[in-house]
Ligand binder design. Structure first.
Ligand code: M6R
Length: 605
């Protein structure tokens, strides 16, 4: 899937253009190119194949320019070649484009009486000729953009470099674009991951927006050409992630950060009030995939387990979830209709990498959900869906987990849409997802209750987490978090499974943390609570206001969370689970960020 970067800087922007393009490599591409404007002369360089070819080409010349555009192309109209690679250069402008211009032949016909010079077989070059013509006719770049967007049909993110102008011009419809801003620098990109590190703030463009950026400006107009007041989002630098700031531990900083990482991950692939998910496109027909095989370790495995409920209920697709160290050595029955999905924060977990190798030998399509771009998993799988959580330092995974859940939820919606099994509910669901960060913030405001619960758990020898539906894998995750950083014995169970054995361990004052939003499982979970109470267990119930009304005073302690739904619940309920483990660990004085015997990245078998 194509990638775009455009930069306006006080300094030479070539290095930033190239490093942004390298961060876009994960989307898949077959050619790359850059165009800059230096002393009002265009300089164009493009190469078929890997970015290293382009790098080599420009290394041999001394290219300059404070303003430029770059592109990685994934062929749609016209084969991969130098001629078909972007940018396209005309007398007055250069263009890069993501998407498809459906009426390009009509536009081509409409320009038949004017001087044109087509070099490629792409739909994009027609738009370059149209812009060139409009400027020649005396229109300003912004007027030309307005005219172009009224004439073209299809999906696009377009960025133009214009002769005699110090600004970049752009528009989007059906393909994402973000603007990056710092005091000395502006840029526009198809993806937040492509933004250079020096970006401080981001504006996410909305459908139909037209804009211009220059050193002194960042103007965005809506589709009726009214100047907009944009919502500015903070962009976190690498340094922001690797320093503790005022927090005692990285883990609590990363728990706090989740309102941002969930939003960043959402915004990278979806927009509010939009009917589409913008994940990198599969080159195969999604309808031909009839089962998924998800593989991961530890916390990432729990994320996969949650997603099985989504994939089977929302996307109506058979889903197998397996621990990587088991999958590796087992005979399995995947077939050509299987999509293998590997989930990993680090992208370097040996067991998961070996599963990718096995899947590749079995010749199935593979996709990875990783937090570290450039990691082994991301380099070797066919498709990459990045989590936008930033580097995670604490060994206990927190923000990566909720970002993995976010991507998996979006992927299940995307597949459901491709298979036409979701009707018109997508917009409603994604809008609900955009409210998660607000809910996370409200939970974080009231941390006292988690400190109190941690105090209660201090002397317990054994603790249980239980839940049903998506709350079952979350119970497993709660138990893992607790074991990992408090070194206390804790078990996670499906609430309905207690009676098949573990109930024997419930006696006076054994704490059982019950995860139970008021959903279709709630009543059943209440019956399990009765069974626990009858054996003297102490119930810590985590639910919502409806659940608390219907809990028949069975809870010894109750935490009331904001209302949630099938998709948002596991993400929202992750926060209390993480906070309980964190505060208990701090009371016990364990090494929260680097618990004993564990490593952040497990690169051995
Ligand atoms: O980097 P990965 O996501 O592949 O790591 C997998 C597990 O090692 C990891 O999730 C581990 O379970 C965490 N420390 C749990 O908090």
């Amino acid at each position: 899937m194509c990638g775009i970067i455009g930069i306006v800087d006080k300094k030479n922007c070539i290095n930033d253009l190239i490093s942004s393009l390298s961060r876009l490599e994960y989307r898949g591409y077959d050619s790359a190119g850059i165009a800059t404007l230096n002393k009002n002369k265009f300089v164009l360089n493009k190469s078929k194949g890997k970015l290293s070819n382009l790098r080599l080409k420009i290394k041999q010349k001394k290219i300059m320019g404070n303003i430029g555009i770059g592109h990685t192309r994934w062929a749609t109209h016209g084969k991969p070649s130098n001629d078909n690679a972007h940018p396209f250069l005309k007398k007055n402008c250069a263009i890069v484009h993501n998407g498809i211009i459906e009426n390009y032949s009509d536009i081509k016909k409409s320009l038949a009486n004017h001087k044109t010079n087509y070099q490629s077989s792409t739909d994009t070059e027609v738009v370059a000729e149209l812009m060139n013509y409009l400027i020649e006719e005396g229109a300003s770049p912004l007027e030309s953009m307005k005219e172009i967007t009224s004439r073209i049909e299809g999906n696009y993110a377009l960025v133009f470099l214009v002769k005699s102008s110090n600004n970049l011009y752009f528009s989007r419809k059906g393909s994402p674009l973000v603007v990056g801003i710092s005091k000395t620098f502006k840029c526009v990109a198809s993806d937040t991951l492509a933004l250079p590190n020096k970006v401080d703030n981001i504006i996410y463009l909305e459908e139909g927006d037209i804009g211009e950026i220059g050193l002194d400006r960042a103007n965005i107009f809506d589709r009726s050409f009214n100047l907009k007041e944009n919502q500015i989002h903070k962009h976190s630098s690498m340094q922001e992630h690797t320093t503790k700031r005022n927090f005692k531990h990285f883990m609590i900083k990363e728990i706090h950060y989740q309102s941002k990482s969930i939003d960043d991950t959402l915004l990278n692939f979806a927009k509010k009030n939009d009917e589409k998910i913008y994940l990198p496109q599969f080159k195969f027909d999604t309808k031909k995939i009839d089962n998924l095989s998800l593989v991961a370790c530890g916390t990432a495995f729990h994320a996969c387990m949650v997603s099985k409920y989504w994939f089977e209920e929302i996307s109506k697709i058979n889903t197998m979830v397996e621990i990587a160290s088991e999958y590796r050595y087992r005979e399995n029955s995947i077939n050509k209709k299987t999509l293998g999905i590997l989930v990993s924060q680090s992208g370097e977990t040996m067991d998961t990498i070996k599963c990718l190798e096995k899947m590749k030998k079995q010749k199935i399509h593979t996709a990875s959900i990783v937090n570290v771009l450039g990691s082994s998993l991301s380099r070797n799988s066919d498709y990459i869906f990045p989590t936008i959580a930033g580097p995670e330092i604490g060994v206990a995974s927190t923000k990566a987990f909720t970002a993995q859940l976010t991507v998996l939820a979006l992927l299940s919606l995307h597949i459901a849409q491709k298979k036409s099994v979701i009707d018109n509910k997508l917009k409603k669901i994604t809008n609900e997802m955009f409210k998660i960060s607000k809910n996370v913030n409200s939970i974080m405001k009231d941390k006292k209750i988690y400190m109190e619960i941690a105090k209660d758990l201090l002397d317990s020898k054994s603790i249980f987490y239980v839940g049903r539906g998506t709350m079952y894998p979350l119970a497993l995750e709660g138990a893992l978090k607790l074991k990992e950083i408090t070194y206390k014995h804790c078990e996670g169970y499906a609430a309905g499974e207690l009676k098949h054995g573990p109930l024997a361990l419930i006696e006076d004052s054994v704490p059982v943390i019950v995860l139970a939003p008021f959903d279709k499982y709630f009543k059943k979970t209440m019956s399990n609570i009765q069974e626990i109470k009858a054996r003297g267990g102490e119930i810590i119930l985590i639910t919502d206001s409806e659940g608390s009304k219907n809990s028949e005073n069975l809870a010894d302690k109750l935490i009331c969370l904001p209302k949630s739904n099938f998709i948002t619940a596991p993400i929202i309920y992750s926060i209390p689970v993480q906070l309980i483990a964190y505060y208990l660990a701090t009371l016990l004085g364990t090494d929260v960020d680097q618990p004993r015997n564990l490593a952040k990245s497990v690169t051995v078998e």
